[in-house]
Design a protein around this ligand. Sequence first.
Ligand SMILES: NC(=O)c1ccc[n+]([C@@H]2O[C@H](COP(=O)([O-])OP(=O)(O)OC[C@H]3O[C@@H](n4cnc5c(N)ncnc54)[C@H](OP(=O)(O)O)[C@@H]3O)[C@@H](O)[C@H]2O)c1
Length: 434
Amino acid sequence: MKTVRIGLAGFGTVGSAVYRNLNREADLILERTGILPEITAIAVRNPRKSRPGGHFPSALVVRQPRDLVKRDDVDIIVEVMGGCTTARDLIFAALRAHKPVVTANKALLAEHGRAIFGESNRLNVPIYFEASVAGGIPIIQSLRQGLVANRFHLIYGIVNGTCNYILTKMSEENLPFEEVLREAQALGYAEADPSFDIDGVDAAHKAAILASLAHGGCVDFHQVHMEGIRNVSSIDVQFGHLLGYEIKLLAIIRWQSENKVEVRVHPTLIPRTNRLAATRGVTNAIVVRGHVVGDIKLSGPGAGGDATSSAILSNIVEAATHLHSSSDDRSPAYLCAKGPEVVPISNVVSRYYLRLSVADRPGVMAQISSILGKAHIGISSVIQPEGHEGKVVPLIFMIHDARFDAMNQALKHIQNLQCVKAKPVMLRVESFES
Ligand SMILES: NC(=O)c1ccc[n+]([C@@H]2O[C@H](COP(=O)([O-])OP(=O)(O)OC[C@H]3O[C@@H](n4cnc5c(N)ncnc54)[C@H](OP(=O)(O)O)[C@@H]3O)[C@@H](O)[C@H]2O)c1
């Protein structure tokens, strides 16, 4: 039996679940791995805060997160505070003290990953981050170990449970975005300030981490294209259904060639037959296309204390195993190298769903198709519900593959037409067939 002593930074949703599940499952972990994990010190922001429902081991609390690193009875640091300042300082201090780090902090890794992995490699002290993408789903270990013989031509997934909850409700109950968002906030699925989730930032953090791991170098988070779901309206969800699609917020990482990769997050129409279309509620799901294995799908709870702590406990065992062995387990060296070039969104090709609000009168269709035709943009189908002469009606185009800059340019001309009465809505359509 080998005991491993843990300094836990953070005792919120994730930290308290790590504490609870580690204590509850310590015997199981010992039986399976020969390692007995034990939390010996905890850092929180406010030790006096009331923490209803959970047992808070106040005797273990230290004054500052950095104090965890200094203690002789701490072998591994588990960082579940969040944020980029104190967490970054703590991780650097831990690495310099030769204490391996486990973290769930996707924002920190996406924004400062290159420096952190650089230090980890320089000092030969590993950092583990399974919980940073898709909570309880072992996607990081899959990419690093289970699928190590594969090149990843395509990874796409639902990696934000809040957005998927909102879009599922809009789809199944035909409710408007604002109403579902309010309900999600009341149920605790969305934050009081939901912008991080619904504007796509959280999903973009995860996309940057996955792209870096999959493609051999740190992908700059600031180059990830992100659009959130604020502008998805129930009318588009309903037209999507009519055409055989669901709308999902997807993170898409598509290898192009010659060190170029698309990394983007946006609402996407996917066929109802796609393996992610039926992913409901807060569930996350990721499809990985490996050139050896083909397509595999991983699905499960992407957030929440228990699910996230499951990933953290797995990392703790990994860290402890290497701490007690002489083998080398540096973080993947390439994560501190410059990553592949991220294709600018203007050059990305996809299909589109375009909804216009137009005056119902003769000649409208001809004007719009002429603009699209001149831009060499092909129309694959059109829906125009019956309207009343002179009234404003929706007009839906499904567009063949087109570059984003060409679509944007055409849209500017379309928007200026007198018959177009509101800002057009344009959503990408993906089938992921090849
Ligand atoms: N929640 C999830 O489902 C989930 C899923 C995957 C990944 N994550 C990631 O896990 C991390 C933690 O998330 P969470 O939801 O558990 O957050 P949380 O509930 O807000 O808990 C944060 C904890 O960190 C402590 N803390 C914050 N700043 C501190 C500081 N400067 N010094 C000392 N302690 C500090 C807080 O102390 P007090 O208790 O005194 O306020 C609290 O205990 C984040 O990086 C998040 O992105 C979360």
